[in-house]
Ligand binder design. Structure first.
Ligand SMILES: [Fe+2]
Length: 490
């Protein structure tokens, strides 16, 4: 295995760092590697053709005061598969914030657990302001490029998906929403469109937009709200998008004093169902039980109803007695503390009524469907299970939402995986006729691997394991892009 070290970021973190989210499985890297052919243990299928991309919060400097993993600089890991072989690269995303802090040799902006007034720089990003846009949350492939995003609204950075070189921040004819764009954009494989939303502190507080397959902004509309809200994700069907306004948002009285503190308000969850190219007058609002949802898995139309699935939180604001004192700052990270579980909402477009039901009792999150079924009725969700008390995934689960049964893959102690990519097999006709791809962080053996699983039999374990050149940090979101979606592939 020829391994090339192609870059190294300036790192000022101490060698004996013991921060819970900068050590162990969250120990960050500062090297960038290139491996043209990874060693394969098992059999890498010939019909696995495309690219798995994963984003990672990967800090290089000490924070101004308090570090939270959402503050870490974005690093992308890529594993490309073609003809029974695989290659690997990892690169930092050269955001404006990362570049400025590399020059300064220290943190210049305040993290989410720090007061905005503690930032050295007066400018910044995020709905709150004076944060660094680390672009370390999500990654999608749109119009032939990888696109990374920040969890609390920021730029959309475009990367060459093969070299991971940062091309730059997105604009459309020189324009970009001044409040930034939120963590989760959605790419519809059927149309090539990218759907997005953005939110901020100024009325109308929420916007929705559509970018076409050629990266042209073709639709943008306000979605007026009564005040600032904190949506993280959205969903779409072939005909509609679904946006949300949950009752967990910044306390308005404290916000008026410049303080950003989350509160659960005594009001329902609200969902906006909007035709994909609809405007303000087309918005239909539906009410549902109060909760907060980080991630939706999919949505589709069923007769008069728009059906939405995602991970309901029983405890959007975890109870103090459930969280260890020294982990209080990280209480919104553990699936068991928020009690996340798969849930289904049905919005009836004729009656205006909502019905909803829990689909599962166990705590899973970060669920992905086969991209060919996005916006259409699906049967399978491939999700992660969480290590209690931690933002770490200790296994995978295949939820069969049609039959109500699950299949599990539990990883060995000290091994954690990432959100999966779902790669349809060549000529696939069934939804689970696909492979799952994930990256592991194995603390016990100080190594990382890329695992390939058969989506129809995840309990059997990986059919192929590929050793990465260095143990990587646990991370955030991932995506799969077929080779046919990538210019210059093959
Ligand atoms: Fe997310």
């Amino acid at each position: 295995m020829d391994i090339d070290l192609v870059g190294r970021a300036l790192r000022t973190l101490p060698d004996d760092d013991d921060h819970p989210y900068r050590s162990g499985p969250w120990r960050p890297q500062h090297e960038e590697w290139k491996v043209d052919e990874l060693e394969v243990e098992g059999t890498l299928p010939d019909d696995l053709d495309g690219l798995y991309l994963r984003n990672t919060e990967n800090p290089v400097h000490m924070p101004i005061a308090r570090y939270h993993p959402f503050d870490g600089d974005g690093m992308v890991h890529a594993v490309g598969f073609e003809g029974g072989r695989a290659w690997y690269r990892n690169r930092f995303i050269r955001t404006a914030g990362f570049t400025a802090e590399q020059s300064a040799g220290r943190s210049l902006w305040a993290g989410i657990s720090e007061s905005p007034t503690s930032a050295e720089r007066p400018d910044g990003w995020g709905a709150r302001g004076r944060m660094k846009d680390a672009s370390s949350t999500d990654i999608v492939v749109h119009a032939g490029q990888a696109v990374t995003s920040f969890w609390q609204c920021g730029d959309l950075y475009r990367l060459d998906p093969l070299t991971l070189d940062t091309v730059g921040a997105t604009t459309w004819d020189g324009w970009f929403p001044p409040e930034g764009i939120s963590a989760h954009t959605k790419v519809d494989e059927a149309t090539g469109e990218m759907l997005f939303f953005s939110y901020g502190l100024e009325a109308p507080y929420l916007h929705y937009g559509v970018v076409d397959a050629d990266n042209r902004l073709v639709h943008h509309t306000p979605v007026p709200l009564p005040g600032p809200r904190l949506p993280h994700d959205m969903a779409f069907t072939t005909d509609h998008v679904i946006l949300n306004a949950f009752p967990m948002y910044w306390d308005e009285r404290l916000l008026a004093k410049g303080r950003f503190q989350l509160a659960m308000h005594d009001e329902p969850s609200r969902f906006a169902v909007i035709p994909r190219r609809g405007g303000v007058d087309d918005i239909r609002w539906f009410e549902a039980d109060p909760t907060y949802v980080l991630h939706f898995t999919n949505a589709y139309t069923d007769g008069d109803e728009v059906v939405l699935e995602g991970f309901y939180q029983d405890e959007p604001m975890p109870r103090p007695d459930a969280v260890a004192d020294d982990m209080w700052m990280f209480r919104y990270l553990a699936l068991d503390w928020m009690k996340t579980r798969l849930h289904r909402w049905r919005f009836n477009l004729v009656t205006g009524q909502t019905t909803e039901e829990h689909l599962r009792d166990d705590h899973t999150e970060f669920g992905i469907v086969n991209g060919r079924y996005a916006g259409k009725r699906h049967r399978y969700v491939y999700a992660a299970t969480g290590k209690p008390g931690w933002f770490l995934f200790d296994g995978l689960v295949r939820h069969d939402v049609e039959k109500g049964v699950d299949e599990h893959l539990r990883l060995p102690d000290g091994v954690y995986c990432s959100e999966v990519g779902v790669a349809p097999k060549e000529g696939a006709t069934e939804e689970d006729d696909a492979y799952l791809v994930t990256l592991t962080t194995d603390v016990a053996n100080d190594r990382s691997e890329c695992l390939v699983l058969d989506a129809a039999d995840i309990a059997a374990g990986p059919i192929a394991r590929l050793k990465l050149p260095q143990r990587i940090s646990s991370g955030t979101h991932a995506t799969w892009a077929p080779g046919s979606a990538l210019p210059g592939w093959g």
